[in-house]
Design a protein around this ligand. Structure first.
Ligand code: ATP
Ligand code: MG
Length: 373
């Protein structure tokens, strides 16, 4: 009997084996569909609006700082490092917070700033060495690129392997070099930068160069890439709030690219996240501006000649104020600081809150505006 021919399907990828065949970007045959183009137009418009708003701010760092802290919280929450808004802002006020999650969130913010500074110092290039610096700052250790085999992504519920990234160090480094070129050399692809951002995020996660912190580093790269591409002057747009909300899809779509080459749905997901987050951030910044104006007016009435613009600024960077903080910042002596905060509390601009032996004076309207999920 003649054996019937068996159809052999070439499987470039199996979940349990290191994916050393992960192809370099751009994906072969990928093109922007009409649906992607429609989303692109929308995303670019909202991004432009956000960038314009940031450019018009009298004191951009002030509000941007808050947006960045929000992102740090959301991005860390994806990793189940959960801190409440209140804990986080209290930790930001204190020097040596003991709250582990809050500390890790603050490290994320530090990493974002470190990456931004490094990129600016290196002619706007986003280099592998910068990625390593970012992850080391997030993790507050000296971990570098993975040099031992055995890293695999597992289901948190069943423990089953979902994905095995490339192995080992030399392969990972080669893939990172190719990614570095794709990021920094616009000649390599004519795709829209926002689409490229989506491709880069997948690629970075698929390479999974570190033992831990890959998700967070990859999400910082997104923000820095928008600045590198001059779509934003400041790193103010973050997708983590959206990803927290649609986390299952985030994981599924990453798998979809690896297992089925489904780039279109992945790109659409990232563009949708961009559209939603750009609008949300614009709204938040506008609300914060209004609140700052209203606080300024009220404070001038309450404090009269001793009104301090520096104090107003501080209320928006560290919404959990305390007497010692004002002293430490050299803004006032203890007695004056205490008078200021008490008067602002009487006028219901700040709300006193006693935690342990410390009385904090909380810019509660800002906290309400930021919201706690
Ligand atoms: N199937 C997959 N293929 C490639 N990357 C994936 C896949 N599933 C998840 N990821 C990425 O891996 C990240 C988790 O990796 P890791 O624990 O190293 O990062 P982290 O920053 O510590 O965690 P997290 O992203 O959960 O905050 C996810 O955030 C996601 O970006
Ligand atoms: Mg992790």
């Amino acid at each position: 009997m003649v054996a019937r021919p068996v159809k052999i399907i070439f499987m470039a990828y199996t979940k349990n084996t290191a994916y050393n065949d992960l192809p370099a970007l751009p994906p072969e045959g990928f093109a922007e569909t009409p649906e992607i183009l429609r989303h692109l137009a929308k995303a670019s418009r909202f991004l432009g609006e956000l960038n314009g708003l940031c450019a018009s701010l009298p004191d951009p760092q002030l509000l941007i700082n808050t947006i960045i802290l929000q992102e740090s919280k959301d991005s860390s929450a994806i990793e189940n490092i959960v801190t409440t808004q209140d804990e986080l802002y209290r930790a930001a006020t204190e020097d040596g917070s003991t709250n582990h999650a809050a500390k890790e969130v603050l490290s994320y913010r530090e990493a974002l700033y470190a990456g931004f500074k490094k990129m600016k110092a290196q002619q706007n290039l986003l280099l592998t060495s910068t990625l390593v610096e970012i992850v080391q700052t997030i993790k507050q250790n000296q971990s570098g690129i993975r040099n031992t085999p055995g890293t695999a992504l597992k289901s948190a519920i069943t423990g089953e392997i979902i994905y095995t990234p490339p192995c080992c160090e030399d392969v990972v480094r080669d893939k990172l070099t190719a990614l570095e070129q794709f990021i920094n050399n616009p000649e390599l692809s004519a795709l829209d930068p926002l689409v490229k951002m989506a491709l880069i995020h997948y690629q970075f996660e698929a390479i999974h160069p570190f033992a831990d912190g890959n998700g967070r580093t990859g999400r910082i790269v997104n923000a820095l890439y928008l600045v590198q591409q001059e779509l934003l002057a400041q790193p103010v747009l973050y997708l983590s709030a959206h990803i927290v909300k649609y986390k299952t899809e985030y994981y599924q779509l990453l798998r979809g690219v690896t297992e089925k080459g489904n780039w279109t749905d992945w790109v659409m997901y990232i563009l949708t996240a961009l559209i939603e987050t750009a609008q949300l951030t614009t709204r938040k910044i506008r609300d914060m501006l209004l609140l700052k104006d209203s606080h300024e007016k009220q404070m001038k009435e309450v404090l009269g000649a001793s009104f301090s613009y520096e104090l107003l600024q501080l209320m928006f960077t560290l919404p959990y104020l305390k007497i010692e903080l004002l002293e430490k910042k050299g803004m006032a002596h203890r007695q004056t600081a205490s008078t200021w905060l008490k008067k602002l509390a009487e006028a219901a601009i700040l709300k006193p809150q006693k935690i342990g032996r410390t009385t904090y004076y909380v810019n509660f309207r800002l906290m309400e505006l930021l919201g706690d999920r």
